[in-house]
Write a protein that binds this ligand. Sequence first.
Ligand SMILES: [Zn+2]
Length: 401
Amino acid sequence: MTVDGHVAAPQGFVFMPRTPPGSQSSLRAANRDRVLGVLRREGSLAQAEIARLTGLSPATVSNIVGELRESGDVDVRPAVSGGRRAVRVSLSRRSGVVIGLDFGHRHLRVAVGDLAHEVLAEDVVDIDVDHQAQEGIATAGRLVDDLLGRLAVDRADVVGVGMGLPGPIDAVTGAVGSSAILPGWVGVPAAAQMSERLGLPVRVDNDANLGALAELHWGAGQGVRDLAYLKASTGVGSGLVIDGRVHRGGAGTAGEIGHTTLDENGSVCRCGNRGCLETIVGTSVLLESLRTSHGPDLTVRGMIDRAVAGDAGCARVVSDAGRAIGNAAANLCNLLNPQMIVVGGDLAAAGETLLEPMRQVVHRFAVPAAVPTIVAGVLGERAEVLGALALVLREGEPIPR
Ligand SMILES: [Zn+2]
């Protein structure tokens, strides 16, 4: 993913078959749509890869790419593949753009990307902790208007909007699935309201699912079929990828690992239970435990920097958090057997100070054959917003009804 300065005004782009079935021309149109579909999903491909992914013959792919190049729908760039000269094909700027929105407990991040999977512009603002939905939607609307204006992109050229919220999303209503976890959004049909504000189609998903999608396609998990993404920040969530697809569960709330019970008699969690993982490793809990020793002004970033630099108290708190996360992760490994766990969120910046204790506990409590590779995410704080772009680009991803 790269950031680029300018975008030419693209024209609308339709992925639906345009001709009646049964005729020679409808077959050509269907083949063309298959090529466009894999390009939208994969971003940029060699012609041989297009042939493999669509099942079309290399000659057919070559003809279709030639036509699409002539009509300006695709760009073709020279590249080297396996030491041989090749060309890479991607959808052109005139094919449209996508928008990603990532709501955190403390921030709102917006990105505009093109269909070649390049980020054209990005912005981030602080918003109130557990902000009200209407306020968040209004702020997002302003940021989107501003970014589209800066890029001189017409709203009609936006193919779709992906949006992440830090809570469970109900698969049936598209609303936040648990009122206790994101109180400012109780009963709000988030996708519908954002869609109304923007005048654009919006898909909404849990933020950890989006982090999982982004690390899977563009980050640490490329090529992995079974992966768990753990987002450790204010809360703890997970996105579960099973056989290459995000697993959302019957109601769309799979992956709420933060509410795994670790201490039956522990503090009461915002979900109403006691001793959830989140009550032990949520960043505000970690800072609170350092208040006496390090004062009231310590920030999450400050705690992590000190932990990495060898401050004994901060390192102890972060490594204990790693152990607690490892405990919940070991159960996850026994149940789902991911090949890889990618750790994201604020705490991931602590690197090995967090990960090594986590690995030790997973080794201890998971059955040996289920122990996965455990790594930090490579997309950092951008993972979720990039995942929101991926939600729109990866057509194959089923969206909650
Ligand atoms: Zn809980």
